[in-house]
Write a new protein. Structure first.
Length: 185
């Protein structure tokens, strides 16, 4: 029986949904790509995860590789003819842009310095803090992550300049200006 190999930790809901959708396959869950048996590799038709290239070479029946990241460069030209390569573009925009916004708040408001002062029980004047309101946000890359970040900056009152490779921004972006990367240099 063909196998689907999942190479990352999963929740029960995800496992059940995968079993419901792949009824004709034996689904094998691993927390990584080490210690996968030769029998499993020999019958693997689908890999979900980010496997080492040497593991892929031991999967002669591989038909589809689904990466959990947006980047696929490491696999271009290294898969057998006919193997479908897909990525997770679009899956991380909201979460990563929220992280970026949090880091920006930390830096602009010097939160890390004040936290350290609090832990040392010392209080020194750290100078002025900066607000995002009225600032200029330059977003290099206006795909899923950059587009979500630009929208957050716009909502916080920044003037947003987006830089794209092809002059097109993600649909959810709301940049005030859009520049093509080739024009920027």
């Amino acid at each position: 029986m063909e196998k689907a190999l999942v190479l990352f930790e999963t929740h029960a809901v995800f496992r059940e949904e995968l079993r419901r959708r792949l009824t004709n396959m034996d689904i094998v869950f691993h927390s990584g790509d080490s210690d996968v048996s030769p029998e499993v590799l020999n019958n693997t038709a689908i890999i979900f995860g980010f496997p080492r290239l040497d593991l892929i070479s031991r999967c002669p029946r591989l038909k589809w590789l689904q990466l959990p990241s947006a980047g696929v460069d490491a696999f271009i030209g290294r898969l057998s003819a006919g193997v479908i390569l897909s990525n997770a573009s679009g899956a991380y925009g909201p979460a990563v842009s929220e992280y970026m916004t949090g880091v920006l708040f930390e830096l602009n408001l010097r939160l890390h310095q004040y936290r350290d002062e609090q832990n040392r029980q010392t209080w020194r004047r750290r100078g002025s803090v900066r607000s995002i309101l009225g600032s200029i946000a330059l977003c290099v890359g206006m795909g899923d992550i950059g587009g979500h970040f630009a929208a957050k900056m716009k909502a916080l009152g920044a003037y947003v300049i987006g830089v794209t490779r092809g002059g097109v921004a993600a649909a959810h972006s709301c940049a005030d200006e859009l520049l093509w990367r080739r024009r920027v240099g």
